[in-house]
Design a protein. Structure first.
Length: 192
């Protein structure tokens, strides 16, 4: 009997490699949301995120035997697969900027009673400006921001996902944050 909550992701991947469907379902349950958010943050399109999420887990079923925990965490393994699928999808379609639909954030539709409406609107504008700024970053910078700042991977895990040196992650993240700050300041100047 599969006692899934007590199994690590590494254990689940080993079971998936041996064909255990319940292990796959548990692994999917644990990680589907994070993979979807990653793909959405990288592409800016809900349709791409849905397609990538499906493709990532199909790939996990097919290639779980290739997973090596010595090379990185299960999350890094998933983000690496997801990164490749996002790139393929964006190469097929002309990339464009769009407002990110955040299914977990309905704050703009449901402003709580007693809150300052103007403060809420200003916060929503800043969040939207930041989303657009992240999507406008060059892909190499956007990847490190999404992995390190939004998905909280450490630099070593991000380096494993992206297949580059730790120093490269640090420099890309530094440059990406500087570009984001520059874009946010420009947006604030335009808003005034």
């Amino acid at each position: 009997m599969l006692d899934s909550p007590s199994l690590s992701d590494d254990d689940l991947l080993r079971l998936i490699a041996s064909g255990d469907e319940r292990a796959f379902l548990e692994f999917y349950r644990r990680h589907q949301g994070a993979v979807f958010r990653f793909a959405l943050q990288m592409s800016g399109k809900k349709e791409v995120a849905e397609e990538v999420t499906q493709d990532v887990f199909m790939q996990v079923m097919e290639s779980a035997k290739k997973y090596d925990p010595k090379r990185g965490s299960a999350a890094a393994y998933l983000y690496g697969i997801g990164r490749n699928f996002v790139r393929r999808c964006l190469e097929r379609e002309k990339p464009y900027l769009t407002v990110l639909d955040d299914p977990d954030n309905e704050r703009s539709d449901q402003i709580a009673d007693g809150r300052d409406l103007m403060a809420e609107l200003a916060l929503n504008e800043r969040i939207e400006s930041l989303r657009k700024a992240v999507l406008a970053l060059p892909p190499a910078y956007r990847e490190v921001v999404v992995l390190c700042d939004l998905h909280e991977l450490d630099y070593a895990e991000a380096a494993g996902v992206l297949g580059c040196a730790l120093g490269t992650i640090r420099s890309r993240l530094h440059r990406a944050r500087a570009l984001l700050l520059e874009k946010m300041r420009a947006a604030e100047r335009l808003a005034v």
